[in-house]
Design a protein. Structure first.
Length: 300
């Protein structure tokens, strides 16, 4: 065997050794993965994400996937001759759009289920309707009516616990019911955050279209690989965070304050970003942690 071949084999062994303490630490812990953005529209990236989550399950995690489908919903809305409307970044969802959204999200859901099954892990696709998982009230945007968009008021995670106990990997579409059993579309970030809090997740990972957080978006050297909740709140307060990142970061800090141990913002366009973030010392995205854990992380 050549020296070059031996070096490659040894480097693979080093990767596995580096991952070992993280596998031990997070064994039998819940991880919620919010899956959306460009990684959903690229077949190769989609396969990588599903492989990552499947591997997490096989090494002892209890993963739950919560997926979006906004781009696909917009595509189908346009196909039927409607024009997507947004208020403050939120889709206006009339009755016809709600019907399209539910069909598209169920289609996406079963596609992800199939991919997991093909890898030898049993997956079950559900929506927030199943088992009364996601109970909602009608959501307004700055007082404006945006149609059938739901604000989660309660999560009943029993269906998730039952599936995981039977060794299934749950894949959740963000659709819920109100007290009158009316169907509502739910922001997938909100659904992932609420589910992570309800199951007491060790980790909540957002797969996005950005690398992570920057103190200054125009300065690539200001990338934040680790940040505490207080520091994140400071960035929001001081106006460093805006646009679509603002509600996402608020979701992240809210999850930490409500019992989730760590939240990760990852670039879903990077192949196997989930494994790299969880099983390597430095990771590839931004980890948001409790204030008291930040110093400890620096010594891990």
């Amino acid at each position: 065997m050549s020296d070059n071949s031996m070096d490659k084999i040894l480097s693979k062994a080093e990767v596995l050794i580096e991952a070992l303490p993280y596998i031990q630490k997070f064994n039998r812990k819940y991880i919620v993965v919010k899956y959306g953005g460009s990684a959903m529209s690229n077949e190769e990236l989609q396969e990588n994400v599903i492989k990552d989550v499947t591997l997490l399950k096989l090494v002892g995690f209890k993963p739950i996937i919560v997926h979006g489908g906004g781009k696909e919903i917009s595509r189908w809305v346009n196909k039927v001759g409607k024009e997507s409307q947004f208020v403050n970044g939120l889709r206006v969802t009339d009755a016809e759009t709600m019907e399209i959204a539910e069909m598209v999200l169920n289609k996406v859901n079963k596609s992800l289920v199939t991919m997991v099954n093909e890898l030898g892990v049993k997956a079950v696709g559900i929506s927030g309707k199943d088992g009364d998982l996601l109970q909602v009230d009608k959501k307004y945007s700055d007082g404006q009516d945006i149609g059938f968009v739901g604000e989660i008021k309660q999560v009943n995670p029993k269906v998730l616990f039952d599936l995981i106990e039977k060794d299934f990997l749950p894949i959740v579409a963000p659709i819920g019911l109100d007290d009158h059993f009316q169907t509502y579309n739910i922001n997938a970030d909100d659904a992932a955050c609420a589910i992570a809090k309800a199951v007491g997740a060790e980790k909540l990972a957002f797969l996005t279209d950005i690398e992570g957080l920057y103190r200054d978006l125009n300065d690539k050297s200001s990338f934040l690989s680790r940040i505490s909740v207080s520091q994140a709140d400071g960035l929001i307060r001081d106006g460093f965070i805006g646009g679509g990142m603002l509600p996402k970061l608020n979701n992240c800090t809210n999850a930490i304050k409500n019992g989730v141990n760590r939240v990760h913002i990852l670039d879903g366009r990077i192949p196997h970003c989930l494994l790299l973030e969880i099983f390597t010392r430095n990771g590839v995205g931004t980890a948001i942690v409790k204030d008291e854990d930040l110093a400890q992380m620096d010594h891990e």
